[in-house]
Design a protein. Structure first.
Length: 318
């Protein structure tokens, strides 16, 4: 019998967690003749009763595991911790607890992997229900990152997926602390089956993704998978040189055409401001990358576990 681990990142999901468990356990039950399944809830420092509900579910169901962080480290850290535990399984599934990712799709994902020979079966969003502005900003982000990065990311790709063991091992082999999983999933490659999926409405509760969090996530993606911003200084230098030449030619022609015109103050002032803007922009880009190098050099863990009912060695990659 093959093994399947479901990684479920959770942050303040007390309103939906039991409903998620009820719906997911039906799917697992239908697969019980073929797969030995475990649900791995990862509590990302929730401040509500999420952890208590996890513990209650674990007490009545031995197939439920929970990992609780000491504080909120973010969804990327939660997925990382879950995958470190499920890497020993034949298959790993990742899905959200809010039921926007339908557990009913998991059997089809497994079928695509086992019968059609794919390494990964991943959901591809076909709509953005109730998120018109967010959807447009997301589309813009993927257009930008795909234009400047060698790693091409499907703009409709979701974290919702089922992966073979070797794919999870490849994902975990990437050591960076500032993780952008959509980019990592694309970078490691493998044969991916895309399955169209319509996001459901949240079963309960509110989204935990604020505009600020989405912006930081997008910035991690751009800085993590392209060095193009560092090269902008070259383009700015070329533009500055052209403007300087144009200004020089303009000054010469103007003085020839009007010998009485001798004031260069406006041109000098504009040039000084332009140079200052270019310098500040280039320093800002360099600072963004240096801050990431600083964070990586410190070598801090991506998360800290405060409580778990799993064996600690599985979470340490042993």
């Amino acid at each position: 019998m093959k093994t399947l681990g479901l990684v479920v990142p959770c942050y303040n999901e007390q309103d939906v967690l039991e409903l998620f468990y009820t719906e997911t356990i039906k799917v697992i039950g239908a697969l019980s003749n073929q797969y030995s399944c475990e649900i791995v809830f990862v509590d990302d420092g929730s401040t509500d009763n999420t952890l208590s509900i996890m513990k209650t579910l674990a007490m009545k169901d031995p197939a439920v595991r929970y990992i609780s962080f000491s504080r909120n480290f973010g969804k990327e850290a939660a997925m990382l911790a879950g995958m470190k535990y499920t890497v020993r399984f034949d298959y790993t599934a990742i899905l959200d607890a809010d039921l926007q990712h339908s557990p009913d799709l998991i059997p089809e994902m497994l079928r695509c992997i086992e019968e059609e020979g794919y390494d990964v079966a991943a959901a591809k969003r076909v709509d953005r229900t109730g998120a018109a502005l967010t959807g447009k900003l997301s589309d813009l982000f993927y257009k930008v990152i795909n234009a400047v990065s060698e790693t091409k990311i499907n703009s409709s790709a979701q974290d919702f997926r089922v992966m073979k063991k070797n794919v999870v091992e490849a994902v975990l082999s990437m050591p960076e602390g500032n993780r952008f999983s959509k980019g990592i999933f694309a970078w490691v490659g493998f044969n991916v089956k895309w399955i169209e999926h319509e996001d459901r409405e949240r079963a309960a509760g509110q989204t935990k993704w604020s505009f600020t969090k989405l912006f930081r996530y997008a910035l991690d993606g751009i800085l993590g998978f392209t060095s193009m911003p560092l090269k902008l200084s070259y383009f700015c230098s070329v533009v500055f040189l052209l403007i300087s030449l144009i200004a020089l030619v303009y000054s010469i022609v103007r003085n020839i055409a009007d010998p009485l015109y001798t004031s260069a103050a406006p041109l000098l002032l504009a040039g000084m401001f332009f140079i200052g803007a270019v310098i500040l922009f280039v320093l800002g880009v360099m600072g963004a990358y240096l801050s990431r190098i600083y964070a990586e050099a410190k070598g801090r863990p991506a998360y800290i576990i405060s409580q778990t009912n799993t064996r600690q060695k599985y979470l340490e990659g042993e």
